[in-house]
Write a protein that binds this ligand. Structure first.
Ligand code: GRF
Length: 200
């Protein structure tokens, strides 16, 4: 199966997914990286890994539908069976989510439903919580809300800064995302009543 990874920035999760596929953690290859930010470091990573990249700048499209159709064209060409959002900072339209229903995963740096949105790590620090974590979930039309595959906790230390906490969060993300992808590829994730059941 071909995986498409969507990024907007650094792409460290993209890198972790590529590394895992090379180590055969799961039996699928990353066939495409889609990036909506022409300045993202993720583009350099994809070039180094020799992975086909589609850079789509929304400013070059007259509307979001055209923008997404360009992406869909490439996904179809590459026969993408799974889409992994990895720091992709744009909300997918309901049309797109329906088209790839139950085939889009996302990783989020908090224990959802706490700290939804783009600043989850900073929000956790500011809220003074003693623990936060990482969630991998299926993507639905509602932001950061789909059926949860994994959640893992991380203790927040009294002296943590956004940067120090982010380091531990990312380390955990890089382990967790490939593991969730493995379960998906092996057909072990079932959604029953909006909840994920992991088959043995
Ligand atoms: C990660 O923390 C991920 O959970 C969130 O965006 C960040 C992306 O980081 N959705 P990177 O681009 O993979 O390094």
């Amino acid at each position: 199966m071909n995986i498409a990874v969507f990024c907007s920035g650094n792409g460290s999760n993209f890198q972790a997914i590529v590394d895992a596929s090379k180590k055969r953690v799961f039996n699928a290859r990353v066939g495409l990286m889609v990036c909506d930010n022409p300045n993202a470091f993720a583009i350099k990573r994809a070039a180094i890994e020799d992975i086909k990249t589609l850079v789509v700048d929304i400013d070059n499209f007259s509307n979001k539908e055209d923008f997404e159709n360009r992406i869909i064209k490439e996904l179809e060409k590459e026969k993408a069976g799974l889409i992994c959002l990895a720091g992709y900072m744009r909300i997918l339209s309901p049309f797109f989510v329906q088209k790839y229903k139950n085939r889009i995963l996302n990783i989020h740096p908090s224990l959802l439903p706490r700290f939804k949105g783009a600043h989850a790590i900073k929000d956790a620090i500011n809220a003074g919580v003693s623990e936060t974590g990482v969630t991998v979930h299926f993507v639905t039309e509602e932001l950061d809300s789909g059926p949860v595959i994994f959640q893992k906790r991380i203790a927040v230390r009294k002296d943590d800064t956004e940067e120090s906490l982010a380091q531990r969060v990312h380390k955990l993300e890089h382990k967790l995302y490939p593991e969730a992808i493995r379960l998906f590829i092996e057909g072990k994730l079932m959604i029953v009543d909006d909840k994920v059941e992991v088959l043995p």
